[in-house]
Ligand binder design. Structure first.
Ligand code: GLU
Length: 278
């Protein structure tokens, strides 16, 4: 698969929060096909930062299911929880540039004061951050000392700016900061970065050239583009794959054990039969 003259570098980024299902299989298969077509390489990233939802036993299951399906990636496996110093450095850079602010409001206060974004996706994307909760622009920030690292920090989005990218599968995409998405979480007071920050840092620092992932993350892409730009990196290209739906038309979730790769395999399904289902 490796062609040293190709600069294509993709990644598979599953979260070990449950068993991989048909939807993951489809997205990861497309990612591998695109890497193969470009004669490039693929990395595997274990998105294990959400300590409330990630389960260590799911990591081994995830790797086994991916191998069973016929996916190949370059070693070593990247594990986000081992990259915390990188995310801290990125947060410090955003802090020095005055692009973030601390948010001490509880989840409940936020939910009560938030307005929904106009096209809020069924994926339960985060609601718009209430502008009234924003500190004044240029107000001094608390330092990133022991107390500072134990705060929730948000990225202040450039209100009114239209962000756009040309998706390799879904075509041109655009969203207006402050209208379609608001100030988003980059650091959690329990000492871990948000998905948006960690993903942006990894894609940028590892010089990923193309991100292939589910269409539920299109809006996240606009947030990540802002972080990547703020950190001074070039953005990768993006391809968002249509989600696989269940018989009721709902997107698959890790609770859909009937469509988990493991279940299909236990029922005697071969990888080729799984791939033939989409
Ligand atoms: N780990 C994320 C998820 O499973 C995907 C991250 C990404 O591909 O950017 O939803």
């Amino acid at each position: 698969m490796v062609n040293s003259s190709s600069s294509y570098l993709g990644r598979l980024a599953p979260s070990p929060t449950g068993l991989l299902h048909l939807g993951h299989a489809r997205t990861f298969w497309i990612a591998q096909q695109r890497a193969l077509a470009a004669g490039g390489r693929l990395l595997l990233r274990n998105d294990d930062l959400d300590t409330d939802r990630c389960r260590p036993d799911c990591v081994a299951a995830m790797l086994e299911d991916l191998r069973w399906l016929g996916l190949n990636w370059d070693e070593p496996l990247l594990t986000q929880s081992e990259r915390l110093p990188r995310y801290r450095a990125a947060l410090a850079q955003l802090h020095a540039a005055g692009l973030i602010f601390p948010c001490q409001h509880s989840r409940r206060e936020l939910a009560e004061a938030s307005v929904s974004a106009p096209h809020e996706g069924a994926a339960g994307d985060e609601p718009l951050y209430p502008p009234a909760f924003r500190p004044a622009l240029g107000a001094p920030l608390p330092p990133l000392d022991a107390a500072g690292w134990a705060l929730n920090w948000r990225f202040r989005v450039p209100d009114g700016e239209v962000l756009a990218f040309d998706d390799g599968l879904c075509g041109p995409q655009a969203a207006t900061a402050g209208r379609d998405f608001g100030d988003f979480l980059v650091w959690r007071k329990d000492g871990v970065p948000s998905y948006q920050l960690a993903c942006a840092v990894d894609d940028a620092e590892l010089a990923i050239t193309e991100v292939v992932r589910g269409a539920d993350l299109i809006r996240s892409t606009f947030r990540q583009l802002l972080v990547i730009r703020a950190l001074g990196y070039e953005a990768p290209a993006y391809c968002h794959c249509a989600l696989v739906l269940d018989a009721q038309g709902e997107r698959l979730a890790k609770r859909h054990d009937a469509l988990a790769l493991r279940t299909l395999r236990a029922q005697g399904c071969t990888p080729a039969e799984v791939l033939a289902r989409f």
